[in-house]
Design a protein around this ligand. Structure first.
Ligand code: DLZ
Length: 162
């Protein structure tokens, strides 16, 4: 069972549990590949750094961020996984497409997690331009793929302790 938190400092932002016991899926979108490739490397390297073994990581590529929903759903339907990380990058264009994709992806990914009662991590950048995206894919604002992997490990550990 999960223990009660005595105070907020019990929820450490720096302590990451070992990822060794867990199996992860990574679904990465090919759209804006320069960015999503960097997110993927950040996520994969972070899982390995925190003890996840290579054979416990299953990676698939889908076309665009919209397909992350189906990708995560299919992964959880067909493989025993403790958490899935979705990685994508949606860049604002001239039309309302951006809003539709971002909303659909965020809601869709949340629903896949609820359907399978498994953590599905939202590692999708939604930016005004490519520069902002690259800043968050290994640039001056870090790598959100790395952060997504850490969240996945924490959530896998949390779920296994319930
Ligand atoms: C069509 C489209 C556009 C215009 N922009 C992006 C984007 O910035 N990032 C992204 O991941 N995907 C984009 N797509 C593709 C859609 O996600 C999706 O693949 C198509 O609409 C087909 O379902």
């Amino acid at each position: 069972m999960a223990t009660n938190l005595k105070n907020l400092s019990d929820f450490s932002h720096t302590t990451v549990p070992s990822g060794k016991p867990y199996k992860f899926g990574i679904v990465v979108a090919a759209w804006n590949a320069e960015v999503t490739g960097a997110l993927y490397r950040g996520a994969y390297d972070s899982l390995i750094k925190h003890g996840v073994t290579e054979e416990n990581i299953t990676s698939v590529e889908v076309a665009g961020s919209f397909e992350l929903i189906a990708g995560a759903d299919l992964m959880l339907s067909n493989k025993e996984l403790d958490a899935v990380i979705t990685l994508g990058c949606v860049i604002q264009g001239e039309t309302r497409h951006f809003d539709f994709i971002c909303n659909a992806v965020a809601n869709g990914i949340a629903n896949v997690g609820i359907k399978h009662t498994k953590p599905v991590i939202f590692g999708v950048l939604t930016t005004d331009n490519q520069e902002q995206a690259l800043d968050r894919a290994g640039g001056k604002h870090g790598n959100k793929g790395d952060e997504a992997a850490i969240t996945a490990i924490k959530m896998a550990a949390f779920t296994s302790n319930l």
